[in-house]
Design a binder for this molecule. Structure first.
Ligand code: E4P
Length: 216
């Protein structure tokens, strides 16, 4: 399973890319708002830091305006890493179909059901983003997100859809584990959770013992 970082914070992206395990970046309007910066400016900077798809989300609601906003980003960023993140709405799906035909990478976001995932995959989305944490919260069930990804991956396999599944809204290390077991292609992970993945108490105590025994 590939690992993306879910942030618009350039410092976090710089640090994460030094770890050598990051294959892409996802942003959204809420993450961008935390930076206080402009979308095109941030995305352009990220393209120089990460070698992989970088999702930038459109904010317009109607298909034609959304399509134009996507093309403005394509013209400004001028990088084949740019991935246009589109909302899971009828208008978003229309734009997904148009951009896919033009060979522009797309990521359909805010997916909470298998039927929604089918719509996005049929529209040729490069990536689809089911949200694990928000699913778990909404259904008050720590396996709701896991089951959603499992269902989508089964259907994707059965009908040979080419869309890649990005497990999104990851809140903890257990979500990363569930995403992998449910056959997500990618997990997009906040920086804090990414760092937590390195740790286990037995690794820590084991290292301390090895250090002691080696006389260092
Ligand atoms: C996905 O691409 C989104 O940016 C993100 O994972 C949303 O996560 P949240 O539910 O923590 O806001």
């Amino acid at each position: 399973m590939k690992l993306f970082i879910d942030t618009a914070n350039v410092e976090e992206i710089k640090n994460a890319s030094k770890l050598g395990i990051i294959s892409g970046v996802t942003t959204n309007p809420s993450l961008l708002a935390k930076t206080g910066r402009k979308l095109d400016e941030v995305i352009e900077e990220i393209t120089s830091l990460v070698d992989g798809p970088i999702s930038a989300e459109v904010t317009e609601a109607d298909a034609d305006t959304m399509y134009n906003q996507a093309h403005d980003l394509v013209n400004e960023i001028k990088s084949d890493k740019l991935t246009i993140k589109l909302p899971m709405t009828d208008e978003g799906i229309k734009v997904c179909k148009r951009l896919s035909k033009e060979g522009i990478k797309t990521n359909v976001t805010l997916i909470f059901s298998l039927p929604q995932a089918i719509l996005a995959m049929e529209a040729g989305a490069t990536f689809i983003s089911p949200f694990m944490g928000r699913m778990d919260d909404y259904y008050d069930d720590t396996e709701a997100g896991y089951r959603l990804i499992e269902e989508i991956s089964q259907v994707k396999e059965k009908y040979s859809y080419s869309s890649k599944i990005i497990a999104a809204s990851i809140r903890n290390v257990n979500h990363v584990k569930q995403a992998a077991l449910a056959n997500a292609d990618i997990a997009t992970i906040p920086y804090k959770v990414l760092l937590e993945m390195y740790h286990h108490p037995l690794t820590k105590s084991g290292l301390e013992k090895f250090k002691l025994d080696s006389g260092k």
